[in-house]
Write a protein that binds this ligand. Structure first.
Ligand SMILES: Cc1cc2nc3c(=O)[nH]c(=O)nc-3n(C[C@H](O)[C@H](O)[C@H](O)COP(=O)(O)O)c2cc1C
Length: 236
């Protein structure tokens, strides 16, 4: 007799369908916090996103090989503005289909380019081309974070309607005995901010859709409106 077929797929599909974000786009830049990114991806995949796609800057790829992150994502990691045969113009396609665009981690440089509207690589171009506000999770040492320039850029990004997570003090990865602390996003922060931004987006989408066509008044017989005298509704 053939062994019973144990098919885990329907169960997995049901769990996936419950995850709130259908399509999460992550932009990883050259902050040393990118070395933790696989752990964030694992959790986001389990608890938040049905599909995760990743863009990396050139500096980020020097810190973590894209092939490592591809183990945790759906499809290739995108690094090139020109894209691939399957994905031409990724700055447009990836941002149009994303329910949430999270820059994790956001380096001081990437924050600055986004605040100034500079678009000179795939990530910065995608940020500028994003039709919806972007959520930034900065990671850098305290001196950089507290600099006038970074604080100015954070204010500018918020004024432009984007979200910037104020990171907690966490140790940076150091080289040898050179270890610093600086603000970086904790996993909890990333999860809760991502939830809030996504819910806000869904609510705004719902509101726009629900109010663009005023609901037709309920009509009774002969097309006359229903009136109610407190008891049963009847036609006037
Ligand atoms: C070892 C190393 C660690 C770095 N860590 C950070 C960091 O945590 N945060 C940051 O903003 N920049 C950091 N930098 C500097 C950025 O990598 C640099 O500004 C780079 O131009 C960022 O480019 P990107 O934003 O295009 O990825 C680091 C550089 C090196 C070499």
């Amino acid at each position: 007799m053939a062994p019973p077929v144990v098919d885990a797929l329907p169960e997995k599909a049901a769990i996936m369908a419950d995850l709130p974000c259908k399509d999460l786009l992550i932009g990883a830049s050259g902050s040393i916090h990118v070395t933790y990114l696989s752990q964030y991806l694992l959790l986001l995949r389990r608890q938040f996103a049905q599909r995760i796609r990743v863009i990396m800057t050139r500096t980020a790829t020097a810190m973590v090989p894209p092939a490592t992150l591809e183990l945790y994502t759906d499809g290739p990691v995108y690094t090139d503005l020109w894209g691939t045969n399957d994905m031409p113009c990724p700055h447009l396609r990836l941002t149009r289909s994303a329910d949430l665009f999270l820059v994790l981690p956001a380096s001081a440089n990437t924050l600055g380019k986004a605040a100034a509207g500079i678009a000179d690589d795939l990530l910065s171009t995608a940020i500028l081309a994003s039709p919806t506000p972007v959520l930034f999770a900065p990671g850098m040492n305290s001196a950089m974070w507290n600099s006038g320039a970074v604080q100015r850029n954070v204010r500018q990004l918020r004024d432009d309607g984007h979200y910037v997570i104020p990171g907690e003090q966490i140790p940076e990865v150091g080289t040898g005995d050179f270890t610093e602390t600086g603000p970086g996003p904790t996993v909890d922060q990333v999860m809760s901010h991502s939830w809030h931004v996504l819910m806000r987006r869904y609510k705004e989408d719902y509101w726009a859709e629900a109010t663009s066509t005023p609901p037709a008044p309920p009509s009774g017989r002969n097309g006359l409106p229903l009136v109610s005298t407190g008891g049963e509704a009847r036609t006037a």
